[in-house]
Design a protein around this ligand. Structure first.
Ligand code: P6P
Length: 344
């Protein structure tokens, strides 16, 4: 049996890969690892603990019902990152404004974190996989000062690390520092993340398309045509497409990362700029998929190049196997040319 490599050992062995001197990345990732374990414990017993399921009775900045585990995960991530003092501030789906740390050494932190602390949380009550998504940037403001919004509104091209935790049949931490993508599975018997998916690569092509077809009538013509392309029998190409939609972004993304496929959340009538948020959903997953050899765009523009305008900006998302995304983009270019340049 091959020797298991723990996350800590991996970081030490690969220290030269990380542009972080003096173990900053290991402290940053250990904060995320700690929060992931704590959230995982609560997620795993959600059905048993009556005060953790259901809505927190509040709405988040998105106007979405905050689930109690959303609030719990947000608090745990913030406190774990604050304690490590590598981070001078956090942008979270759950908070309207940035959380700038003003006390103690944290103002000297060289990094900021953008996160969706618990994406897909509406699935908690029905026991569907959910996830935490994060991206890490170097701050732009002077260390020793309080973080500003400019520290956060950075394009994906400026990211130094990013990843997600998926709380599913097993709990995994999947991340990249710009040197490929590696997946670590939590061995709950010893509470340690172990390298289980080294150097992850998404298949260049695939046969899974993932989209909420309940919104079909609201889709741009290019998306409608692409869906029909996937559905039509074509003896010449023998297209064996299949539709898979979990309704939890991290779960749909993770499946496609491993098996190949495309996930699309386009602009709709209800969400003219798409539903998903650029900073803490689309960019970190675009970073990962490009590191794994895939592609991510808003139907036209590369996600990693989009200059963010505000913290909770939404964009359409076409992400997955390179050839599938390019094909879907071709349909958008031909049938919805005016919509591929949509930007808030
Ligand atoms: P819809 C969950 O609320 C989420 O943000 C993603 O996790 C998921 O992919 C998407 O929304 C589902 O949205 O409109 O299909 O229910």
């Amino acid at each position: 049996m091959n020797k298991l490599t723990t996350l800590s050992e991996f970081i030490v062995e690969r220290q030269s890969d990380f542009p972080f001197a003096k173990g900053e990345l290991s402290r940053l990732l250990s904060a995320i690892r700690l929060a992931a374990k704590v959230v995982n414990r609560e997620v795993n017993k959600a059905g048993l603990v009556d005060d953790i399921l259901g809505s927190a009775g509040e709405e988040n900045v998105q106007g979405e019902q905050q689930q109690k585990l959303d609030v719990y995960a947000n608090e745990k991530m913030i406190s774990a990152l604050r304690a490590q003092q590598e981070v001078c501030g956090i942008g979270s789906e759950e908070n309207e404004d940035i959380i700038a740390f003003e006390q103690g050494q944290a103002v000297w932190g060289k990094y900021v974190v953008m996160m969706d602390p618990l994406d897909g949380s509406s699935n908690i009550d029905v026991n569907v996989s959910i996830g935490t998504i994060f991206s890490i940037y170097r701050r732009k403001s002077k260390p020793g000062t309080v973080a500003t919004i400019e520290d956060f509104l950075q394009p994906g091209l400026d990211m130094v690390a990013g990843g997600y935790v998926i709380y599913g049949s097993s709990t995994m931490l999947v991340f990249s520092t710009g040197h490929g993508v590696n997946g670590f599975t939590l061995d709950t018997s010893i509470g340690v993340f172990c390298l289980s998916h080294p150097n992850m690569k998404i298949p260049e092509d695939g046969n899974i398309y993932s989209i909420n077809e309940g919104n079909y009538k609201q889709f741009p013509e290019g998306v409608k045509r692409y869906i029909k392309y996937c559905q039509e029998e074509d003896e010449a190409t023998d297209r064996p497409y299949t539709s898979r939609y979990i309704g939890s972004l991290v779960a749909d993304f993770h499946r496609n990362l491993i098996k190949g496929g495309i996930y699309i959340y386009p602009q709709t009538g209800a969400n003219p700029n798409g539903k998903l948020r650029l900073m803490y959903e689309n960019i970190p997953l675009a970073f990962l998929v490009e590191q794994a050899g895939g592609k991510a765009s808003d139907g036209g523009r590369r996600i990693m190049s989009i200059e963010p305008r505000h913290l909770h900006q939404r964009t359409p998302l076409f992400i997955g196997s390179k050839k599938m995304v390019e094909n879907a983009e071709a349909f958008m270019k031909e049938y919805s040319p005016s919509e591929v340049s949509t930007a808030e």
